[in-house]
Design a protein around this ligand. Sequence first.
Ligand code: C2E
Ligand code: MG
Ligand code: MG
Length: 381
Amino acid sequence: MRLLIIDDEEDICDLIAEIAARHDLETRTISDAENVSGILSDFIPDIIMMDLMMPGIDGVELLRLLSEKSKQAKLCLISGSDSRVLNSARRLGSAHGLDVIAALEKPLSIQTLDEFFKQAVSTARPADGDNHGHALANGQFMLYYQPIVDLKTRAIKGVEALARWQHPERGVLMPDKFLDKITNGGLMQALTDFVIASAIKQAGVWDKAGHKLTLSINVSASSLLDLSMPDKIADMCNKYNVPHDRLILEVTETEAMRDVTRTMDVLLRMRLRNIGISIDDFGTGHSSLRELQRMPFSELKIDRNFISDSTKSADAAVIVASMIDLGHNLGLRIIAEGIEDEATWDLMRDKGCDYAQGFFIGHPMTASDLDIWIEKWRGQS
Ligand code: C2E
Ligand code: MG
Ligand code: MG
């Protein structure tokens, strides 16, 4: 794998290169930003580490350049400025479509770099040679479930099903390692079918055990163009004796709004069968108020970046509060995703948000771990 370091301080480049070598990375360093464009034409990096403050070019300009020349690389930002500057730059990078995986503050320690490379190498390693279709057909995909709870009463509302690939050599892989390949390989329909079947079957098991949980399933835009989806889901619910209104489909805001007219067709058929529709990662797309009001959503999930910022920034807190009010005025239930600590839990509850999801409540886990989690949570509530 290849690493490009863009930093005008040579001793920093040397230090990073030395640690990178331990992780078998082929490294190029560049200390004058004018040459970045040139180097990218014959060296295609998997990972780029860039200093935000370089003479001759500022970080903002460099981010724009990278978004044009090297979108596929994983990006790590480095800066001597405080964490707020780093965080804004991080958001700007993401807005340019760059895959910003870390933001490190100078001075850099050997340990920080070592941990960064361990993580980055496993994230950036291409899954080529893996046969996704084969893995799907051979039962290597499985579902983890993450709890969603009521912010006022702490009652367990339900779970979100999240796909995992139990890879025979590489262990449990997260969606960011396989979803693109699944989509590009034309396998999304097959994955969605698997997810629907196993999640509804599991909901039936929980139902029998007396756990009336809602079950949220993520679906991609392509599934929303599949006119047979509503019946497929309704049939599966009937087969496992799961009431239709226990099921919620999550569609990201960006995907739902890409082609409102066509998406509306399938969404409406779902709602007519009493299946819920949730707008996922809300705040990252560009829906107009009119579209929001027209689409038959039942829930709104505020993107976790807004949630995690809300205890640190007054602006973010105002934005989240407005989203909650907006959603409520449209008759939607609101879920805050990505709640990682008690302060965020308290803030969301005080702002009137309905439900909470996040590591503070519970990580995504296997169905049997969820049984244990339910006992524990009820014991504490
Ligand atoms: P999502 O639907 O927004 O799911 C929430 C993601 O946030 C999950 O990541 C979850 O592990 C993570 N998360 C939850 N709480 C916290 C928290 O407190 N802190 C942080 N940092 N993260 C938290 P995961 O499982 O990696 O899934 C990523 C995305 O992949 C999902 O985002 C969803 O869009 C997609 N995805 C997952 N499973 C499926 C699937 O079966 N089908 C489709 N089409 N997409 C899926
Ligand atoms: Mg989701
Ligand atoms: Mg989400």
